[in-house]
Design a protein. Structure first.
Length: 365
């Protein structure tokens, strides 16, 4: 799209927005729809959609929101899916990945992108159930998936289980780890301080400052980073620590790292009168496209964050160190044990024990 669609706009782009919002269960006021007007009710419906999809809630239709509206409008069975350039993207792909993963076929992360992992899992499924192995999710394959999943019930996708297994097998030593740290907006001073601490502890740190989230994700993937942490400072009332999650799937490593970071941020900002850091799953591009555990921290409010730069950098470095040492746990620290000046002992959050996470409504706000 050329220009974002904003409140008070009128015309064909707004009518298209109304049509797509209706298709995904967010109808708008009849008067605004008739006039092709981006009015208050259109804003309400759009904000509800952005929140539901785990996107930035800014009430305008940018490229990310437009893509999400298009992807949300397709259901499994609406079209044939196969490995193609450019790759198919959409809720139908995510549904296919979730069904394959729940049956034990590793389609990779449930990211709604039909890539080589999904193609391989689909062919394996067809081979195992006696269908023609063509790598195409057509009507017969979709019917077979629905019938089998109906009998077996929903299970944790195999990609989610395997991510946790890979984390358990990795070295617990920060020294030599490849870490990607992403800068957005005016977080440069904090990024520099954090990178300096991590490098002093022996990590290989790649600092990314490209403004495009997808570009940062691609660079982190090429670097083969063990984890990605993005930082941005916004004029909000409180901070958030976000990991990748969709309906039925979450990144195990990202989920645990996000909780470590949230606890670290709460400790660093403990002297300021700010709400606790939220920790929720989202689908923003940098979390969707990274192939390693990834977290995006939105730090707020700016006036507090700037004054606490050193404390935040130290707390986040300690959070990363703790996660690398024991990545299959997400301790919520009683007294913030292990952080500078802290006391007491760790208190494990019961929602995130040694097994696979069962975080409810992972991709919701």
């Amino acid at each position: 799209m050329s220009e974002p669609v904003r409140p008070d706009d009128r015309g064909a782009p707004v009518r298209d927005l109304h049509r797509r919002l209706l298709a995904v269960g967010h109808p708008v006021d009849a008067v605004e729809e008739s006039d092709g007007h981006f009015g208050p009710d259109t804003t309400r419906a759009l904000l509800a959609f952005q929140a539901e999809r785990g996107l930035d809630e800014h009430g305008t239709v940018d490229e990310t929101t437009q893509a999400a509206l298009v992807e949300a409008g397709v259901r499994l069975g609406d079209r044939h899916l196969y490995l193609h350039a450019p790759m198919f993207r959409g809720d139908d792909v995510a549904d296919l990945q979730l069904r394959l993963g729940s049956l034990g076929f590793d389609a990779g992360r449930i990211d709604g992108i039909f890539g080589p992992d999904t193609a391989g899992a689909l062919s394996d499924f067809q081979r195992n159930v006696g269908l023609a192995v063509d790598g195409i999710a057509g009507s017969e394959t979709v019917l077979g998936l629905r019938q089998l999943l109906g009998r077996s019930g929903g299970r944790t996708p195999v990609a989610q289980v395997r991510e946790l297994d890979r984390l358990r097998q990795r070295s617990p030593d920060l020294h030599g780890q490849r870490l990607a740290i992403g800068q957005f907006g005016n977080s440069g001073a904090l990024i520099s301080a954090l990178a300096r601490i991590l490098r002093a502890r022996g990590a290989h740190v790649l600092v990314l400052d490209h403004p495009d989230e997808t570009t940062q994700a691609t660079t982190a993937n090429d670097f083969e980073a063990a984890m990605y942490l993005g930082l941005r400072i916004e004029n909000y009332s409180h901070s958030q620590s976000n990991y990748f999650a969709t309906d039925g799937f979450l990144s195990e490593g990202g989920y645990r790292l996000a909780h470590h970071c949230a606890t670290g941020l709460d400790h660093a900002l403990r002297s300021a009168d700010v709400p606790a850091t939220g920790c929720v799953g989202r689908r923003v591009p940098v979390l969707r496209r990274t192939r390693m555990p990834a977290v995006l921290c939105t730090l707020a409010p700016p006036s507090v964050v700037v004054l606490a730069t050193a404390e935040i950098a130290d707390a986040l470095a300690t959070a990363i160190t703790r996660w690398v040492a024991d990545p299959h746990r997400c301790d919520r620290w009683n007294g913030h044990a292990g952080l500078p000046g802290a006391e007491a002992t760790p208190n494990v959050n019961t929602c995130c024990e040694d097994g696979v996470s069962g975080a409810p409504d992972a991709a919701k706000h």
